[in-house]
Design a binder for this molecule. Structure first.
Ligand SMILES: Nc1nc2c(c(=O)[nH]1)N[C@H]1C(S)=C(S)[C@@H](COP(=O)(O)O)O[C@H]1N2
Ligand SMILES: [Mo]
Length: 504
């Protein structure tokens, strides 16, 4: 095998094992990150600001997998370079390149939220492991050359298999450790406090009878997830606390036990992502349990010139909204979601929920600090990236069934979906099939203007191709306009429509 080829394999193996080792070490401390995650975090911090026009707010969704793959790809390319240099007799060049990678990774880890000097540990272990494996492979090569031959394919395969097995078991071990079983168990064991008055059970869910219609409450497992977190923060309630600081006369620090000992209440509220396209899935409805935010803020005594409430996440994300939003509406620090403690992906142990505002300006997950400040002093994470400073949720309606592009047989067909406009509520939903005139849809009974409303209509479908459109009227009497407006900078507008074919 050519020395170049062998060098590529050596380099890739050495760096791969090094990365796995770093990953494993990162599992031992909740404020340590694997080098790949730290590098990814920096990309998330800095890149969207540069290319804000092209990066949409859902950087968190599929783009995360893309980002991690991209970093691994680049690192592998560099590692091939390292391996070739090493086997080609340019050891100095190889070690200098490794040093440069370690430097980048080290700087990236020090910039992680909650980082301290010890956060360099995964990087250092990665580096030492990489160098060790590279030298070990080099020695193997020299041995076989001294014996008068060269490393055979068979020997190489054996070496590869050993390193592969070590990596796989190390990464499995790391995974098991980083599930931080204690926190997961702790979350399940939490007995949520009881509200003074439980909300009534909602009326019978029409989704039970209409296949394809979203249920009134979105199950936690199906609830959309949007955030910039490459790895979900693993917070234990034992060392969690919430600070309320900034422009306040009476700064507060509240532990989890203190928070859940306060009066709690339930709120049925639909939250939505500003990046939700017309007809999109980034919206969900839950019964939240939490503590009134206005009470806490009042207790902290904001100074008269404070005009913004900024939530800080454990991982550094921030979201701010006007102090004036607390106009008596049921904004809360939520600790429960649909009868359970907040799921880890949705902000355990606590997050903010403000009815009527998009998530990116309000719904801080893994909340650790609230700061009273001013709009002319501080901006939340997405504001410098091109999104509006103020962002009330716009009225939207969505057709859940029939799905776009489906073929259905003639006869009675249910057209159904959801419409939302928290906190204004939904007063009417209309449906138009083909060129027929708008028909008023049935609306599910709801108990609050903060939730979405399911709607449905029976359609006597005859053979042909149709476009079905929906539009909602909010509680103020404003009808959704047909004019399409893109999601950036403060939410999409326009009617959702689906095309269907009815067969005879
Ligand atoms: N810590 C943190 N909280 C966050 C975000 C984030 O990136 N990090 N994203 C916000 C956005 S943009 C939305 S739409 C909601 C989504 O909440 P969910 O994932 O529970 O549905 O969380 C908000 N809270
Ligand atoms: Mo969002």
């Amino acid at each position: 095998m050519s020395s170049k080829r062998l060098g590529s394999i050596f380099g890739a193996l050495a760096v791969l094992v090094g990365l796995v080792a770093g990953d494993l070490v990162a599992a031992f401390n909740s404020s340590w990150r694997s080098p790949v995650i730290s590098l990814g975090n920096r990309v998330i911090d800095y890149v969207p600001a540069v290319v804000k026009k092209y990066v949409i707010e859902i950087f968190g969704l599929y783009d995360k997998i893309f980002l991690v793959s991209l970093i691994i790809f680049i690192v592998l390319a560099i590692s091939i370079f390292i391996g070739r240099a090493y086997t080609g007799g340019q050891e100095k060049k190889a070690f200098l390149t490794i040093a440069a990678m370690l430097f980048a990774s080290g700087v990236a880890s020090l910039l992680d939220a909650q980082a301290n000097l010890s956060s360099l540990a995964p990087t250092l272990v990665s580096g030492v492991t990489t160098i060790y494996v590279l030298r070990w492979l080099g020695a193997k090569k020299k041995d076989s050359e001294a014996a008068g031959g060269s490393l055979t394919r068979r020997e190489l395969l054996k070496v590869g298999a050993i390193l592969g097995a070590v990596s796989i078991s190390a990464s499995a071990l790391g995974k098991a450790l980083s599930q931080k079983t204690t926190v997961a168990r702790e979350r399940i064991a939490i007995a949520l406090p009881k509200p003074l008055k439980f909300l009534a059970k909602p009326p019978a869910d029409p989704a039970l009878k209409i296949p394809g219609l979203s249920p009134f409450f979105t199950p936690n497992e199906d609830f959309y997830r949007i955030d910039t977190a490459l790895s979900i923060p693993n917070l234990s309630v034992d060392d969690w606390s919430l600070e309320i600081v900034g422009m306040v006369a009476n700064p507060l620090t509240i532990t989890y036990a203190q928070l859940s000992a306060r009066p709690v209440f339930e709120l049925d509220d639909t939250i939505a992502c500003v990046s939700n396209e017309i007809g999109g899935p980034l919206v969900g409805n839950a019964r939240w349990l939490g503590v009134r935010l206005d009470d806490l803020i009042r207790e902290a005594q904001p100074t008269p010139d404070a005009d913004q409430i900024m939530g800080y996440s454990y991982d550094g994300f921030t979201a701010g909204f006007p102090l004036a939003t607390l106009d008596g509406r049921d904004a809360m620090i939520a600790i429960g979601m649909n009868g359970e403690a907040l799921p880890a992906a949705h902000g355990f142990p606590a997050r903010i929920i403000v009815p009527g505002l998009y998530g990116y300006v309000s719904a801080t997950k893994w909340l650790v600090r609230i700061e009273l400040t001013r709009f002319d002093k501080k901006q939340g994470f997405w504001i410098s990236r091109g999104w509006s400073e103020r962002a009330p949720i716009k009225t939207q309606s969505r057709i859940d069934t029939p799905a776009p592009g489906t073929q259905i047989s003639a006869g009675t067909v249910a057209i159904a979906g959801v419409a939302w406009a928290p906190t204004r509520g939904i007063s009417k939903v209309e449906v138009r099939v083909g060129s027929a005139s708008w028909r008023v849809a049935n609306l599910a009974e709801v108990m609050a203007d903060t939730t979405w409303r399911q709607w449905w209509i029976d359609w006597d479908a005859k053979a042909g191709d149709y476009i079905i459109a929906v539009r909602a009227t909010d509680g103020d009497g404003d009808v959704q306009s047909e004019q399409y407006v893109p999601i950036e900078p403060n939410g999409a507008e326009g009617w959702h429509s689906v095309n269907v074919r009815v067969l005879v």
